[in-house]
Design a protein around this ligand. Structure first.
Ligand code: AMP
Length: 398
């Protein structure tokens, strides 16, 4: 069985074709600059890597080119499109409308559309991709997998903001959380690895966008992002948690309006704003090592933020059995992992410093120090596989 996983952004489209017998991606790639001059597709398969330049005014042309490439003689991996058994689409926001993944129909898509206000840019792009794909593959079953549903198990006192009730009741303003497929994947893998379902895990998804989750017995009980992905630990360009009165204060001082300030908090803040060097942790490390004080501050602010969330989630769950690192920084940056864990020995978190430096291809790499009470694991995330597994289960059963 083969499942195509699609993630449509405003001007991009990422894809993976996954063989569900082996759960391995047979081909993957992405289209960039959709609707802009100079659009191209990058495609990787056992036949090699190619870049195809072609005009893609809309997502329809982009999906069409992906399908053509998947069946092409030179670069393809399929004899015909009929070999694609189902398509799984990543969707940003479920709101409170769905608590799990869904079969996409006119009715369920209309509900997704009604939630678009909660994340207008992404949700509209996701739905544009879905509409284009349904037009091109009208008989292929399709599933939507949300970034938010994994977090919908949070108790009300964790997801409600302490603001007047009417804003929740009328507009559904609350904490939702994001990166749900990633937190779900790594916490599931961790539980399998530990051979125990009854565990308290803190998952750290540390990438360009970073989020933390407290997962107790497989269910999310808290997460660091909020109504939008701006909240939580400081990120590449997003500020993370700040006093919201800062927005009004900047507006008053600079004459900027709320939208401009929010744009700055989303795109020009985080470690990039603090360091004035880069949002990329490799550049920040180099700059810090060369004596750049602002880069040092940015890195310290990030590790301090992650550390504080680990402590607060240990408190939220009444303890911590495992700590999981994933995503670009979590999987690759051994120094950040060590810095985050240093000082958390009082919680039972201790890593083996040598083991931490080893780059492992294992699906789960354990870096716990001998005698360490909390199991510390590095687990490469695989959001596409979560989408493919849900798609398979919803369309064809377990
Ligand atoms: P992601 O959003 O998960 O793709 O993560 C992207 C981020 O991971 C980049 O912006 C880098 O900051 C970071 N990253 C990727 N590779 C490394 C590495 N080898 N060492 C440190 N940071 C890395």
């Amino acid at each position: 069985m083969k499942i195509l996983v699609l993630n449509a952004g405003s001007s991009s489209l990422k894809y993976q074709l996954i063989d569900m017998d082996t759960e391995v991606a047979i081909a993957k790639g992405g289209c960039e600059r959709i609707g802009i001059d100079g659009s191209f597709l990058k495609h990787k398969s056992p036949k090699g890597e190619v870049v195809i330049e072609k005009a893609m005014p809309t997502h329809k042309e982009a999906i069409s080119l992906v399908l053509e490439t998947l069946v092409s003689k030179e670069n393809g991996v399929l004899n015909s499109m009929d070999e694609i058994d189902a398509v799984g689409h990543r969707i940003l926001h479920s709101g409170e409308s769905f608590t799990s993944s869904i079969i996409l129909t006119d009715e369920t898509i209309a509900v997704c559309d009604s939630n678009a206000d909660l994340g207008p840019l992404h949700q509209k792009a996701n739905l544009t991709g879905i509409a284009a794909c349904r037009e091109l593959m009208p008989t292929t079953p399709m599933v939507g997998v949300f970034d938010t549903t994994f977090h919908l198990t949070m108790p009300d006192y964790a997801y409600r903001y302490a603001i007047p009730n009417e804003y929740y009741e009328k507009y559904k303003i609350r904490r939702y959380g994001f990166h749900g497929s990633s937190h779900r994947y790594v916490s599931t893998e961790a539980r399998k690895f530990l051979g125990n379902d009854d565990v308290k895990i803190v998952t750290c998804h540390l990438g360009n966008g970073s989020s933390m989750a407290a997962v107790k017995n497989g269910k999310c009980v808290d997460t660091s992002m909020g109504l939008t992905p701006l909240a939580g630990v400081p990120m590449g360009t997003r500020c993370g948690d700040i006093d919201c009165a800062v927005v009004e204060y900047i507006c008053d001082k600079t004459g900027k309006d709320v939208h401009e300030v929010l744009n700055i908090l989303n795109k020009k803040s985080g470690v990039s704003g603090l360091s004035e060097v880069s949002s990329d942790f490799r550049d920040l490390r180099k700059a810090k090592n060369a004596g750049n004080e602002k880069a040092r501050l940015a890195l310290d602010s990030f590790t301090y933020g992650v550390k504080k969330y680990i402590g607060s989630y240990a408190a939220a769950m009444g303890g911590i059995d495992a700590l999981v690192f994933t995503a670009g920084i979590g999987e690759n940056d051994a120094v950040i992992r060590e810095e985050v864990c240093t000082g958390l020995e009082f919680l039972g978190i201790e890593i083996d410093k040598e083991e931490n430096l080893i780059r492992s291809d294992a699906p789960v790499h354990e870096i716990t120090a001998k005698g360490g009470k909390v199991r510390v694991l590095v687990i490469p995330t695989n959001e596409e596989l979560v989408i493919a597994r849900d798609t398979k289960e919803l369309v064809f059963g377990k």
